[in-house]
Design a protein around this ligand. Structure first.
Ligand code: GDP
Length: 192
């Protein structure tokens, strides 16, 4: 994929607005503040195509990017505590509404902070992806915050806690670029 051609397509606040699925789609999900915007920017090789929020949880939209004919879909971050129940429900509906549509789900990149043990909302998300039979990989984020040996240990522990094979868990850092090339390869294998 020619990442340098990446461009922002559009932002949608409701599922009904989403454009027709015309290309392979790679979507990104994770808790608010997990590092989703940073990972997207790193993948695309731009500083701020997907904005990095100083105020977590503000991206309550579905954002579409075109990357050389593949659509990158930035879904709203879940689990942000400081919003109303109604707003939380709206975000959840955006996520499930997207996956319930008839689209080309080539790969879902599910982001999980490598520093924490499995959290319920992430278990729910991964359980949902598994149940729906969606192809997914788990990107463990912020790996630069742990030593290499601790990274490996935490990858095994999280795989066990989520009940997934460790081969589906990729250690990444948007800060150092660790795992970014592997993730690009996985995306290309899923789309081309
Ligand atoms: P989002 O809410 O999931 O889009 O998360 P952001 O990309 O906005 O990142 C949330 C916070 O985590 C920001 O302060 C980022 O600078 C920080 N962050 C994101 N990725 C990394 C990473 O790989 N390493 C480190 N050390 N910090 C990160």
């Amino acid at each position: 994929l020619k990442y340098e051609t990446a461009r922002f397509e559009a932002s949608y606040g409701t599922i009904a607005q989403l454009p027709e699925p015309t290309t392979p789609e790679v979507s990104f999900v994770g808790r608010s503040n997990v590092g989703k915007s940073s990972l997207l920017n790193k993948l695309i090789g731009r500083k701020s195509l997907a904005k990095v929020s100083s105020q977590p949880g503000k991206t309550a939209n579905v954002n579409f990017f075109d990357v050389d004919g593949v659509r990158f879909v930035d879904l709203p971050g879940y689990g942000f505590a400081k919003v109303s129940q109604a707003e939380k429900q709206r975000w959840a509906n955006l996520i499930s509404g997207y996956f319930e549509q008839e689209r080309s789900f080539n790969l879902v990149v599910s982001l999980v902070d490598i520093r924490h043990d499995a959290q319920q909302l992430d278990r729910d998300m991964l359980g949902y992806l598994e149940q729906e039979g969606l192809p997914f990989v788990v990107a463990l984020t912020k790996a630069d915050k742990l030593s290499r040996s601790k990274q490996a240990q935490q990858r095994q522990a999280l795989a066990r806690q989520f009940g997934l094979d460790a081969s589906r868990m990729l250690v990444t850092s948007s800060q150092t670029g660790q795992g970014i090339q592997e993730l690009r390869t996985m995306i290309e294998d899923a789309c081309l």
